[in-house]
Design a protein around this ligand. Structure first.
Ligand code: GLU
Ligand code: MG
Length: 457
């Protein structure tokens, strides 16, 4: 049952019960957050007694929320000005206690007449997920969160020894990580694994696969928890794509798997590694369409710095089994991977709006299936070991690392506009052009320092 808002109906009793449970747990304040076109998380909060109002009527939010920029500027568009008011409404199905006196829920933007705001990015993903369901497909998404621990003011921590994927990093941060896991557990976030990453003071958390909207909500919740626990340790977590240029960046990889009528599309078929015809078409659709939607995957002024070959950021536009240089890494199912086969879209970084990034990939996969896309030939080795001529002969392109080109491609793409809607594309183009126009002349080091905490919560 739906009340027309897209939220499953939760009656007054259900809300009262939720409020009662939270009160018993000591909650006083309920936060509702949204993620805007620049990938920034914005929020309002209400006393617990106003939980019902936050869901039903929502709290006021100006349309410019969509286009607040990473430097505090506002990127007005033809349709987003200082005039008007929107309603930020929480989805009580995502309500979670954060411990202490706080609870959190994901929120959507609605117009005052009660209809969804077409510029709402969570609404965009909800629509694409519904499109998939109507076509008979179920998708699940597993997110990986990479972040670099920095001092509370954003500066680099001391240069203690760092072993990539080392046990040292885990032990050095034992207390932080233990509290982080406890907080995730208390808020119902299922962590699958946690490790010290390649970059100095870089960590990664893998989240359990869930349906796309739920999975994206969980990313926002998990980032919020990382931010809280980091603060308790007088630290901050940088979710910048390039926190320290010259070293590896932070990715925001998303693993997608699809099924139809319970049957997986990436195994049990006649294609390579058991990929079914539809699974192959989904991969083809993602690779072919990726350059047009790259602006919602790696669109920020810092994103291009990360996309260097050799940095495992998936800079080559191809797919391959366990290929970490491919934009789309195929992961086979089996004893070592009980979740089953998936495709990992490695190119995405954490400056992206997580809802739009999932919506774009899911929409490309669905279009690939609907149009019968062909599975491109697999790229088995590391493409950076080939010469440019060899890559060209094999048809292996690279994704763009130019912020201007990436955003112009998105702006000019009728395809991206059809899949995602003009409103979210226009807002994305506006905030990213603002970044380029205002900060394009800065060198990478300066840019990285300025925006190291821009996407932190
Ligand atoms: N940090 C790399 C990135 O920017 C990914 C490393 C890995 O393969 O996990 O995407
Ligand atoms: Mg990683």
């Amino acid at each position: 049952m739906s009340d027309g808002s897209g939220f499953p109906a939760l009656d007054a009793t259900g809300l009262d019960q939720a409020a009662g449970r939270l009160q018993e747990a000591g909650v006083r304040l309920v936060i509702g957050s949204m993620v805007n076109a620049a990938g920034i998380t914005l929020a309002k909060s209400v006393p617990l007694a106003r939980l019902g109002s936050f869901h039903r009527a929502g709290m006021g939010a100006a349309p410019v929320w969509h286009v607040f920029c990473i430097d505090g500027g506002i990127a007005f568009t033809d349709s987003i000005s200082a005039v008007g008011d929107l309603r930020l409404r929480i989805d009580p199905n995502g309500l979670r206690s954060l411990g202490g006196s706080l609870a959190w829920a994901p929120a959507d933007m609605f117009l005052q007449d009660g209809s969804r705001d077409p510029a709402c990015t969570r609404g965009t993903l909800a629509r694409v997920q519904e499109r998939a369901a109507n076509a008979g497909y179920r998708a699940v998404v597993g997110h990986e969160l990479e972040f670099v621990l920095v001092a509370a003011d954003g500066r680099a921590l001391d240069d203690a020894p760092w072993a990539p994927y080392g046990l040292t990093g885990l032990l050095d941060r034992e207390q932080f990580l233990a509290e982080l896991l406890a907080a995730m557990d208390d808020s119902g976030v299922q962590v699958e694994q946690l490790h010290a990453e390649y970059g100095r003071n870089q960590f990664e958390i893998s989240l359990a696969p869930r349906e796309p909207l739920d999975a994206a909500d969980t990313v926002v919740l998990a980032k919020t928890i990382v931010g809280r626990v980091a603060r308790a340790h007088k630290l901050q977590a940088s979710f910048s794509p390039a926190p320290f240029p010259g070293s590896v960046g932070n990715g925001a990889h998303q693993h997608f798997s699809f099924s139809r009528g319970g049957a997986p599309l990436f195994s049990g078929g006649a294609g390579p590694y058991g990929i079914t015809e539809q699974g192959g078409a989904a991969i083809g659709g993602i690779i072919q369409g990726l350059p047009e939607v790259q602006g919602v995957l790696t669109g920020s002024i810092l994103s291009g710095i990360r996309l260097a070959p050799g940095a495992w950021s998936g800079a080559f536009l191809c797919w391959g089994l366990e290929n970490r240089e491919a934009s789309v890494r195929f992961v086979q199912g089996g004893a070592g991977n009980p979740h089953g086969a998936s495709v990992e879209v490695k190119v995405i970084d954490p400056s992206a709006n997580v809802y739009l990034a999932s919506a774009a990939i899911l929409a490309l996969a669905l279009e690939g299936i609907a149009s019968g896309s062909r599975l491109p030939d697999e790229v088995a080795g590391d493409p950076s070991r080939l010469t440019a001529a060899e890559r060209e002969a094999a048809g292996i392109g690279t994704v763009s690392d130019s912020p201007a080109a990436i955003i112009t491609a998105l702006d000019n793409s009728a395809y991206a506009r059809r899949l995602l809607g003009n409103e979210v594309v226009d807002a994305t183009v506006a905030v990213r052009r603002h970044e380029q126009e205002t900060h394009g002349a800065r060198d990478p080091k300066e840019l990285a320092a300025l925006f190291r905490l821009a996407w932190s919560i």
